[in-house]
Ligand binder design. Structure first.
Ligand code: FES
Length: 147
């Protein structure tokens, strides 16, 4: 049997109606399946690396000879010399506390008083032994962003 036979048979209204009904149900099932697939894809969604390329600060926010801690981004941005911007991890290399202040030319950890240079992240006071890792930043005009 083929669809052509169904269409040309006389008195086949009932069968055609049944076929049409089955088609509608099938289409509905396909649409429902598509809907759930779409929502699944939306949940997976496009992702971008957290913090990468996002504006971080304006250059005017970073004091010369000091810096600013962006605790939510785990980044410290410093300006050791006018117009020279540096960025470091805000996580102390001693035991992983977050640094909380920048004073006297150093980035300071509250947990055991380690101090790090604002110029290169090097250790200025123990117990930390390793420097704060540098982070890549990009300065565009007056905008500083993580690169
Ligand atoms: S965790 Fe920073 S000094 Fe110990």
């Amino acid at each position: 049997m083929s669809d052509d036979q169904v269409l040309t048979e006389p008195g086949n209204q009932t069968r055609r109606a049944l076929l049409a009904g089955a088609g509608a149900v099938g289409a509905a099932a396909v649409l429902a399946a598509c809907g759930s697939d779409d929502s699944g894809q939306a949940a997976a969604g496009p992702t971008s690396p957290a913090g990468s390329g996002q504006p971080l600060a304006k250059t005017s926010e970073i004091p010369v000879g000091g810096g600013k801690i962006f605790a939510d981004r785990d980044v410290v941005v410093t300006q050791p010399k006018p117009g020279e911007f540096k960025a470091f991890s805000a996580i102390c290399t001693h035991q992983g506390c977050k640094v909380t202040s920048i004073e006297g030319g150093t980035i300071n950890c509250p947990c055991h008083a380690s101090k790090f240079s604002i110029a290169d992240g090097s250790v200025k006071a123990p117990p930390a032994k390793k420097p704060l890792p540098a982070k890549e930043i990009k300065v565009t005009g007056d905008q500083i962003s993580l690169s």
